[in-house]
Design a binder for this molecule. Structure first.
Ligand code: ADP
Ligand code: ASP
Ligand code: MG
Length: 643
């Protein structure tokens, strides 16, 4: 028997639902699926949360709240109309109307009280799954697959930590076994549950994955399949790392580490019920069902890379305690963690210097100040005596986790990680490696999150391919020829030499142009050089009106619109603010003002490549500063070049 779970995007549109139905009808699934768990339609949970918050502000479900409710209702009715007709459509329509009327009354009640408790919030957000699951059951029936709606609130028992309730697996498994019959295909609501006092609870954002694992474990399913909108668990978040690719196979422990440290594709607590029963979890793409996906099991195959993947938590706060009074004192850490535990503060990462002079913990930003207060209270005597400093709280950090079971006993992994970060000028604030050697976690400044992920990803997964994100000054004879060479040799460079050159910014003495997704070198050259007519925008254009009609170049509109009058300061600022990995500044001018910027560029950890001799034929001190700086930080300064 199989348990399948379909996420929000897999039930969010009529095309997605058609895909879902065809997956269920596939020969590999037909007659084998016991339970289908579904999430709310994509975006509905967020919309419900906003409606609840707005109801309190608005003091009523009129205005924005009523509009939001009407929009949500319309989406459900439209979906019903796409799959149902006649009496079935009427019945579904009435059910949707009634559910929204109930929801509207609930929101009115909250507005009247002027207060939104976490208990009420759970009741409200539960409506997303309470609407989607019965609808999907109706759609399946209409398509010839007999199915029954199952309300998971009746079967999943939790405590009453609203927002992310903890499941009582013993009671839950018993109820599921008792109420779920073999031979029936159920469509169960994900995410929702009930506390023992009868109140509605939810399992935390993304919690429908856990619902599926609970049904799977209770019913001893053969496999739990998580159907989503990507090909499986990828080597990194595809929204942040363009080159991320599918991981074939993962151990339960690796999957837990990746999801715990931010891989949203799997809700972190999902793995445990499956692991305890030894049930494999397969993550698959609803929109690409023939792709094998990612299999999570105890007999995961060895991968071809030393690590499996990289994930990240975008927001953490670092709370640090330091002082000589901590050195060699037994029980210090236990008091520290005890103090945090008493306030129910969960610690994401711990880092302690071997000198025992300092301990840093990474916590959720919501708990940062509370954690500092807990430590201040616990160590008040030591702080008063000066043996320990008052705890510090630093915000805006991210945690990057490099995960893989094969890292164990392999040397050089952390070296590679730090080299990739160092080369890109990313400072590491704290490091932790579990003794299981399954995970190396690094705390870095939040602004460097994507850059760090991409740098590490390239170092491990594309070690043979090098990418350069190029910013070019000068598009005349030398710069222009370079652009032509890049355009002409792009394919050979990529295929033979494994170098990808992405032109991100280009400027001459009049214009500059940027696109962080990459520019076409020849079009960019033509645009800044005003070939084929004056550019469309900006003050430097000769005749703006004429320019519009004169443009004969077949260039992308956005490239043309991005064209702006050159400004060295802005060029430098933009280059730094993009914060791209493997950035490179190339100066093909003979301009003194530009060469005077090299020190600033190198100190932003961006290599400088130049045939411009100005920097090296001026003051000796400046030349020494540049080469010395480059040597000291390992940021290339390549000047004896004709590019
Ligand atoms: P669903 O609605 O199906 O539950 P989610 O949005 O919760 O889907 O999870 C899928 C998303 O997770 C992907 O679209 C992707 O953007 C994101 N994601 C983050 N990290 C990873 C990763 N390592 N592998 C795959 N997807 C990831
Ligand atoms: N609908 C819920 C959410 O958006 C649960 C889920 O999708 O898994 O978080
Ligand atoms: Mg999800």
């Amino acid at each position: 028997m199989l348990v399948l779970k379909f996420g929000g995007t897999s039930v969010g549109t009529s095309q997605a639902v058609s895909q879902l139905i065809s997956v269920i009808k596939e020969p590999s699934h037909a007659g084998k699926v016991g339970v289908i768990v579904v999430s709310a339609l994509s975006g509905i949970t967020d919309a419900l949360i906003n409606a609840a918050k707005n109801a309190v502000v608005e003091r009523g479900s009129s205005g924005a709240v009523a509009e939001a409710l009407a929009g949500m209702k319309r989406r459900h009715l439209e979906l019903a109309a796409a799959f149902l007709s006649g009496r079935e459509q009427k019945a579904a329509g009435e059910e949707i109307e009634n559910t929204f009327a109930e929801l509207s009354r609930l929101l009115d009640g909250i507005a009247l009280l002027g207060e939104l408790s976490s208990r009420s919030m759970d009741s409200i957000v539960s409506y997303g799954e309470r609407l989607s699951a019965p609808l999907i059951a109706r759609f399946l029936c209409a398509s010839g697959v007999s199915a029954e709606y199952l309300d998971s609130r009746q079967l999943i028992v939790t405590d009453n930590s609203y927002g992310a309730a903890r499941v009582n697996t013993g009671k839950t498994y018993k109820k599921i076994k008792k109420n779920v019959n073999a031979g029936i295909l159920y469509v169960a609501s994900g995410f929702v549950a009930r506390a023992e006092d009868g109140s509605v609870t939810t399992l935390g954002r993304g919690g429908s994955d856990l619902t599926a694992a609970l049904y799977g474990a209770a019913l001893d399913a053969e496999t739990v399949e998580i159907w989503t909108d990507v090909d499986g668990i990828l080597t990194a978040d595809p929204k942040l790392v363009k080159n991320a690719f599918r991981i074939d196979s993962l151990s339960y422990e690796e999957a837990m580490e990746l999801s715990h440290f931010g891989a949203k594709v799997l809700h972190p607590p999902t793995v445990r019920p499956a692991l305890e029963k030894g049930i494999p979890i397969v993550v698959k793409n609803t929109f690409n069902p023939s792709c094998p996906g990612t299999r999570i099991s105890k007999d995961a195959e060895r991968g071809e890379y030393p690590i499996r993947g990289i994930s990240s938590l975008s927001r953490v706060t670092l709370v640090c305690l330091q002082g000589s009074g901590m050195v060699g004192v037994a029980g210090f850490s236990s008091r520290l963690f005890g103090a945090l535990a008493r306030r129910k503060i969960s610690v994401i990462l711990i880092s302690q210097a071997s000198s025992e002079y300092s301990i840093c913990v990474a916590v959720d930003p919501k708990s940062g100040d509370d954690a500092a207060a807990a430590l201040k209270e616990e160590f008040s005597r030591e702080i008063a005596e000066g043996a320990v400093d008052a705890p510090t709280v630093e915000k805006d950090f991210a945690v990057i986790a490099v995960v893989g079971g094969q890292m164990k006993h392999v040397s050089g992994i952390s070296g590679k990680v730090f080299h990739a970060l160092g080369r890109n000028g990313i400072n590491v604030a704290a490091i932790a490696q579990g003794s299981s050697e399954l995970n190396i976690s690094l705390v870095i400044n939040r602004s460097n999150e994507a850059k760090a992920l991409n740098s590490i990803h390239e170092a491990f997964f594309h070690a043979t391919v090098r990418s350069v994100n190029l910013f070019l000054m000068g598009a005349g004879l030398i710069g222009g020829t370079l652009l032509e060479q890049i355009a002409n040799h792009r394919k050979t460079l990529a295929d033979k030499d494994k170098i990808n050159i992405n032109l991100i910014g280009v400027a001459n003495d009049k214009w500059m142009l940027f696109d962080r997704e990459g520019l076409d070198p020849l079009k960019a050259r033509a645009l800044v050089n005003e070939e084929g007519g004056a550019p469309k925008t900006g003050k430097a254009g000769k005749n703006k009106k004429a320019a519009k009609s004169e443009i004969t170049l077949e260039s992308k509109n956005n490239e043309q619109n991005n064209l702006e009058p050159v400004n060295l300061k802005t060029f430098f600022k933009t280059m730094v603010s993009y914060n791209l990995p493997n950035a490179c500044f190339c100066d093909c001018t003979a301009n003194l003002e530009i060469s005077a910027l090299y020190a600033k560029i190198l100190s932003a950890s961006i290599p400088v490549v130049t045939p411009n001799k100005r920097a090296n034929s001026g003051k000796l001190e400046y030349y020494q500063q540049l080469t010395g700086f480059s040597r000291g930080r390992g940021i290339p300064y390549l000047y004896e070049t004709t590019v």
